[in-house]
Design a protein around this ligand. Structure first.
Ligand code: ARG
Ligand code: ZN
Length: 855
């Protein structure tokens, strides 16, 4: 069945209070729920339930007989004659048998919950929708030896021992919340503890709960938590509101983390980190996700969503907030580059394919399928544009008004935009189209120079492509940061301007332009659009040397690379001279920081090149072109230059400063170029780096290159890595991933063989993704000509679908790109999608994704 945004109707019953009593046990947990219900509309009380064994129902103390209620299709319908009642249910659930990892489940001997979006109905009968807000009071009882720690939302109010080696704990959450924010954790856990004093002087007890032995790996996460708490006070005026804030890390988790009120539950991948086992990117991801979940306390929890079509209200905003936080804590330029790269890799592809949908979708079959790059990352870009248009002060006035108006409410995207308009003093009428029109707008920009008149005219035009179910779109409100540079002087001709493109086409005139200008446009990536210009390789090389906006400078280099790659695929041409020049100049530029250099000289991925080609893609040709350019840069810039760069950055103490991370970044990019022809010298350098590494960043970088050779060093380092880290699940994931990303001889056979390795399991989502997910991302191997890559991924996807649909459904997207591939591959990809759609017992999640991909 399809749920549509236009069909929203407010709930017929409010539930101001709920108390829950859990008798916890991995095989059989009893849940008693007492609901205070109040009539808000017509009709009986309808409660959702999924996989619950109902033991009894009572209304106002009277136990109902079978004829007094109905239970069918996941709905418990209880007629209630008056306007208020107390409804009590008792159910039993089986956490250890819960392989979907939604609701209450077992992970590593502990018990935990995941409720967003619709998992609470797998714990007890309740209106499982975000606009029903309740105060929760929770009692947990469990065996004390097995589950010494008992956590829930809110503040702890009581705990103690019971008979038979059992104990209990009671938690009260004073803030009304929707049930998707409910959480319970029971287990043998240890905490890294700390405290935080809020801006009004309240003391908050902080705890990060992990397996005994992992406590020391929580220090980075704890620092990020405290930094986030302070940052939200300073930048949004938001203070934390409970006496405690707990985080729990679990190994089995369907996605990154969850913002349950006062009790965030995390995939351990985003908590545990130390130099031995985590890369610099992992450390950054830990801090970003900790911040993200913390920021949800206001954007998501205090102000929640009215319905799931409003998901970007909390997710887009919270991503924008975590991106801003990370930028403030590290290098804003590098952070922007990373965020745009991620947006282009995931969201632009989504927007250009069969699964394209607006930031605020209009309908869904399974809401879990809409936790997408569009809702999250494009949603964040939309808020960034609003903030750009308003300026920092007015943006803050807008957000203050939003919190003042909607604290304690379930709000809509419209409420948010209205608050920005009213608080910021602007009109976002046309801007709202960003929420309703799908597809990445394309902007064309043409600059004409009149030397006699000393003026330049920029002609801009925009088009929004058709997407499934949407055509003939209206022009969008696009903020474009623009500047001109003098080709002779190399300097800025006047200040940067913010041009608001609002019509299908427009012109912009620049006066007093005394020399031929070069256009710098969409600086800082001010709008999530593609830009087409007639700029030449010389223009991009010029901008890569002179643009003062770091993003634009990076972008110029990327354009230079992309144009070469596209040309190489189409014509076999490899005139890399201007690019070699530009790369050489960039790595010699002492004024640039290492991280920035590393980012800007990185070749676009094969997937990005395929995306750019648009149609009739042959992944073998893309691979050949990219490898060719990599070798051309090795030769052109010079092997000695790369070797010297690599060696020069190799010493120095390990630390997590921006400088330290930058050095490692550039060093490993240099090693990557050195490795372009995998000659003996390069293999030896990589193996030496692998062996000498004091940290995971350097070790995995070397391993990631060595997996592509058939030199004996390959097996040596793989074996060594396995032996060193076999007890650490998160690091073992990296071992699987490195091999799944390999492209050498027999890469696919080797990856398939790994799926029979004793450490491989489809039950752990991280492990599943580390092999099968990575392989689906490995364009060259996934798209192997004979279709064996497609078959393997589809087989595994169906296997996991039977036990965990949410994890399975995410693997459909790579097949959804079939229309862009050359005919033979397109036909094979289609055939796999057809097989998946027709598979007996296929989940609703996977069915929705696969059938839409075929349509
Ligand atoms: N709200 C969580 C976060 O972004 C993610 C929940 C994902 N839920 C899902 N059904 N995919 O922080
Ligand atoms: Zn989120």
């Amino acid at each position: 069945t399809i749920t549509r945004r236009e069909d929203y109707a407010p709930p017929a019953w409010r539930i101001p209070d709920i108390s829950l009593a859990f008798d916890l046990d991995a095989d059989r947990t009893r849940v008693r729920a007492v609901l205070k219900v109040e009539r808000a509309g017509d009709g009986p009380l309808v409660l959702d339930g999924d996989d619950l064994d109902l033991k009894s129902v009572a209304v106002d103390g009277r136990v109902l007989g079978e004829g007094d209620y109905t239970l069918a299709d996941g709905k418990l319908v209880i007629p209630i004659p008056g306007d208020a009642a107390t409804v009590e249910t008792l159910v039993e659930i089986a956490p250890a048998a819960n392989t979907k990892l939604m609701g209450l489940y077992a992970s590593g001997g502990n018990l935990c919950t995941q409720c967003e979006a619709e998992g609470f109905r797998r714990i007890t009968f309740f209106p499982d929708r975000p606009d029903v807000l309740s105060r929760y009071s929770v009692e947990l009882k469990a065996d004390k030896a097995r589950y010494p720690v008992l956590l829930s939302n809110g503040n702890p109010v009581a705990s103690g021992d019971l008979a038979d080696g059992r104990h209990f704990a009671r938690w009260d959450d004073p803030f009304p919340k929707p049930c998707y924010l409910f959480a319970v954790v029971a287990g043998d856990l240890r905490a890294l503890e700390d405290s935080f004093e809020t801006m009004s002087g309240r003391h908050v007890k902080l705890g990060i709960w992990v397996r005994p032995g992992d406590v020391e790996k929580c220090r980075h996460a704890m620092q990020a938590l405290k930094d986030s708490m302070r940052w939200d006070e300073v930048h949004y005026g938001r203070e934390y509101d409970l006496e405690v804030f707990n985080i729990v890390a679990v190994d089995d988790f369907n996605f990154g983390a969850m913002e349950n009120k006062g009790l965030n539950v995390f995939n351990s991948k985003y908590i545990l980190a130390d130099a031995e086992t985590a890369t610099d990117a992992d450390f950054d991801a830990v801090a970003a996700v900790v911040a993200h979940e913390y920021f949800h306390n206001w954007t998501g929890n205090r102000v929640t969503c009215r319905d799931w079509f409003q998901l970007s209200l909390k997710e887009g905003l919270t991503v924008f907030r975590d991106q801003s936080f990370s930028a403030d804590m590290g290098s804003p330029a590098v952070k922007r580059i990373e965020d745009v790269r991620a947006l282009r890799a995931a969201q632009f592809q989504e927007d250009a394919g069969p699964l394209a949908h607006p930031v605020r979708p209009e309908s869904y079959i399974e809401i879990s399928n809409f936790y997408t790059a569009t809702v999250y990352n494009k949603g964040a870009e939309v808020i960034r544009m609003a903030a750009t248009l308003l300026g920092p002060e007015n943006y803050r006035k807008g957000t203050d008004l939003y919190f003042a108006r909607h604290d304690g409410e379930a709000a809509t995207v419209e409420d948010w935009v209205k608050a920005l308009e009213d608080g910021g003093g602007t009109d976002f009428g046309q801007f709202r189209l960003w929420y309703s029109q799908a597809g990445t707008p394309s902007v064309t920009a043409d600059l004409a120079y009149d030397a006699a008149a000393k003026s330049a005219t920029l002609t801009l035009a925009q088009a929004v492509p058709d997407t499934p179910g949407q055509s003939k779109k209206a022009p969008m409100h696009i903020p474009l940061k623009i500047a001109l540079f003098g080709r002779e002087s190399g300097s800025l001709l006047g200040p940067e301007q913010l041009f608001q493109l609002r019509s299908a086409s427009a012109t912009m005139t620049f006066e007093n332009v005394g020399e031929p200008p070069v256009l710098s446009i969409n600086r800082g990536f001010s709008a999530p659009v593609t830009v087409e210009t007639k700029r030449s390789a010389a223009d991009f090389a010029f901008l890569s040397a002179h643009d003062d906006d770091p993003f634009a400078r990076y972008e110029a280099m990327q354009q230079l690379m992309m144009d070469r790659l596209v040309d190489a695929v189409k014509t076999g041409g490899t005139d890399a001279a201007p690019l070699v020049e530009a790369v050489g100049r960039t790595i010699r530029n002492q004024a640039l920081d290492h991280a920035f250099i590393g980012e800007s000289i990185l070749l676009p991925t094969e997937t990005m090149v395929a995306e750019r080609l648009g149609a009739n893609v042959d992944p073998d040709a893309v691979h050949t072109a990219r490898e060719g350019l990599r070798r051309a840069l090795l030769e052109g810039v010079g092997r000695e230059t790369w070797a010297a760069l690599h060696a020069g950055l190799s010493d120095g103490v390990y630390d997590l400063s921006a400088d330290g991370k930058g050095r490692r970044r550039l060093k490993n990019v240099a090693l990557g170029y050195l490795f372009a022809d995998a000659d003996d010298g390069a293999v030896a350098a990589a193996e030496a780096q692998y062996q000498a590494a004091t940290n995971m960043t350097d070790r995995i970088a070397a391993l990631g290159l060595l997996v592509d050779t058939d030199a004996p060093a390959r097996e040596r380092v793989l074996q060594d890595f396995y032996e060193r880290f076999k007890g650490d699940a998160l690091v073992l994931d990296k071992w699987f991933t490195a091999q799944a990303l390999a492209t050498g001889e027999g890469a696919l056979e080797k990856a398939i063989a790994l799926s029979a390795h004793p450490d491989f399991t489809i039950r752990n989502p991280n492990r599943f993704r580390s092999l099968v997910g990575a392989l689906a991302m490995n364009q060259f191997v996934f798209h192997r000509k004979d279709g064996a890559g497609y078959r393997f991924v589809a087989d595994k996807l169906l296997e996991v679908d039977a036990i965990n649909p949410q994890t399975a459904a995410r693997f459909i997207a790579p097949f959804g790109r079939w229309r862009r591939m050359e005919d033979a591959r397109a036909a094979m990809m289609r055939a796999e999608l057809e097989r998946i759609v027709a598979a007996p017992g296929v989940s609703r999640d996977t069915f929705e994704m696969a059938s839409k991909s075929l349509a």
